[in-house]
Design a protein around this ligand. Structure first.
Ligand SMILES: *Cc1c(COP(=O)(O)O)cnc(C)c1O
Length: 512
């Protein structure tokens, strides 16, 4: 069989590239996203057989099905490293079935307690191995510097993933004063020789704009290359190397539900995903495409409900939409970049249509899909949104009814799952441990409104202390070790820098 190479969603790459190139490049020429030429098809028996394997073996099985251009032995070895005792549960992402029958897939057992670990414990290993192969083949003679702007979760997961990987270093920018006490300490205490973290005087938008300006500064790129033999790269969620690991857990979860007697072999399930950049739910769509018996994809939004409106109307419109801060910050997003891949697939891979819609979006902040594509979209997806007050009420009521404490992102999906539930069992993707968002979990449990001030004695607690208080009130422990210990680890990174491009570039050069 010929290799499964990668083309792009806008039809602008001159030549299809193998997996290793797609991972290291991140984004295709012309701004499109990489997609594999073929989506492998799995028989039901193959899917069910995953239940007899370790999670690392399941992941290797899926990578081999996609014909990733590394040897089977190398894939096996990298997966054993990606999904081993760096997770606090040997099942990696165990499924908890609540009293009301909802299945919760816990994607937060990795080192940073957020679902980003599922991809970012894996991608850096494949990135580093891919770059090494390119150097061995004489195609490149340089190393990589990953630059990440973060509003919280991604930065820590990327730092943890890239720490001490060969041939690559990582710098993270976060808004000074704009992340929680827990998130700041998670980043500022990061270990590793090849990592650096900067607080930026500004908001998340300033960090993102700054990082983009650095990426687009050709003369800075030249300096980095000439003086340090370094190329900039990014690890954001449009990298195919982040998407592929996410497909694994949907196929894996189905095999487990059948093995546990929760679902009959071959019977359909629905999947409900708290959605921001559309990566996680797109992975579920690919799992369905590969033959996993998934019927409906339930797309859960918070008050930033651009995706819900899109799925219900076929029009993606951000021309008159305010960005709302909610208790589920990782879903606070207006432009869902992975939607481009989804539309590419739903149009039967029509790159011309995608170029047109993406053009409309950047010109008019709005695009409308044709009737055929809209019908396809409706064939796979349904969607609803949950406002911030409903989100906190859901945390409380689910805890009272099922004794299960959820984080605000998971709560949005849980509530949408209850509203849109049909005949099929529902698998809810749980994307963070509650202790990452202790302040809003406290508000939820104590009946406070979103954004309400915490009582003075509670507001004075560190994030770790607040989590211990919640744990003692609810018995919803244990708190993951990486979060529980944060107050006792010395801070390594305390530098605050200006948001101007030259200030960021100076900081990067000092780090190199
Ligand atoms: C990133 C993130 C999401 C959103 O996932 P997408 O793949 O961007 O749709 C949801 N919840 C949490 C906790 C996250 O960190």
């Amino acid at each position: 069989m010929t290799a499964n190479n990668y083309t792009d969603t806008r039809g602008l790459t001159s030549e299809a590239v193998p997996f290793t190139h797609a991972v290291v490049k991140g984004i295709a020429e012309g701004g499109g996203l990489f997609v594999p030429e073929r989506i492998p098809q799995l028989e039901l028996d193959s899917i069910l057989s995953l239940a007899g394997m370790t999670y690392a073996q399941r992941a290797a099985y899926i990578y081999k099905a996609f014909q990733v251009n590394l040897s089977d032995e190398e894939i096996d070895a990298l997966m054993a490293q990606a999904y081993g005792n760096n997770f606090d549960d040997e099942r990696i992402c165990p499924i908890t079935t609540l009293d009301n029958g909802t299945h919760i897939m816990e994607l937060w057992h990795g080192p940073t307690s957020a679902f980003k670990d599922m991809a970012l414990q894996c991608l850096p290993l494949f990135f580093s191995a891919s770059a090494q192969h390119l150097r061995d083949e004489g195609l490149i003679d340089y190393e990589f510097l990953i630059l990440v702007a973060t509003s919280g979760d991604t930065g820590k997961a990327a730092l943890e993933g890239f720490a001490n990987k060969r041939g690559v270093s990582i710098g993270v920018l976060y808004p000074d004063g704009g992340v929680s006490d827990i998130q700041r300490k998670q980043m500022a205490t990061q270990a590793g020789d090849n990592v650096c973290v900067w607080a930026v005087r500004g908001n998340f938008d300033d960090c993102q704009t700054g990082a983009k300006a650095v990426f687009n500064d050709a003369s800075f790129a030249e300096t980095l290359m000439d003086t340090h033999k370094l190329a900039l790269s990014s690890a954001n969620s449009i990298n195919w190397g982040r998407l592929l690991p996410q497909i694994v857990y949907y196929v894996s979860a189905y095999s487990e539900l059948v093995a546990a007697g929760q679902v009959e072999a071959g019977a359909a399930i629905d999947v409900c995903v708290p959605t921001g950049n559309f990566g996680n739910i797109l992975a579920a769509w690919y799992a369905k495409q590969m033959g996993t018996p998934i019927e409906r994809l339930l797309c859960a939004s918070n008050e930033n409900r651009v995706l819900t409106d899109f799925i219900n109307t076929g029009t993606y419109d951000i021309s008159d939409r305010d960005f709302v801060l909610t208790p589920s910050p990782s879903m606070d997003i207006l432009v869902s970049s992975n939607l481009e891949r989804q539309l590419f697939e739903l149009t039967g891979r029509d790159a011309d249509a995608i170029r047109g819609w993406m053009d409309d979006l950047s010109r008019n902040k709005c695009f409308r899909v044709d009737a055929g594509t809209f019908a396809k979209l409706r064939g796979d997806f349904v969607s609803d949104s949950v406002n911030s007050a409903e989100c906190l009420q859901t945390i409380r009521s689910c805890f009272e009814e099922n004794g299960y404490l959820m984080d605000p992102h998971t709560a949005v999906a849980y509530e949408v799952a209850q509203r849109l539930k049909g005949e099929n069992p529902v698998l809810v993707a749980s994307t963070a441990h509650w202790a990452k968002f202790g302040d809003n979990v406290y508000r939820a449990l104590h009946g406070l409104e979103p954004g309400a001030a915490l009582p003075e004695d509670v507001a004075a607690l560190t994030g770790c202390e607040l989590n211990r208080r919640i744990e003692s009130e609810t018995n919803a422990g244990p708190i993951p070790e990486g979060l529980a210990k944060l107050d006792s680890i010395p801070m390594r990174f305390t530098e605050v820098i200006d948001k101007e491009t030259h200030a960021i570039e100076d900081a990067v050069l000092q780090f190199c």
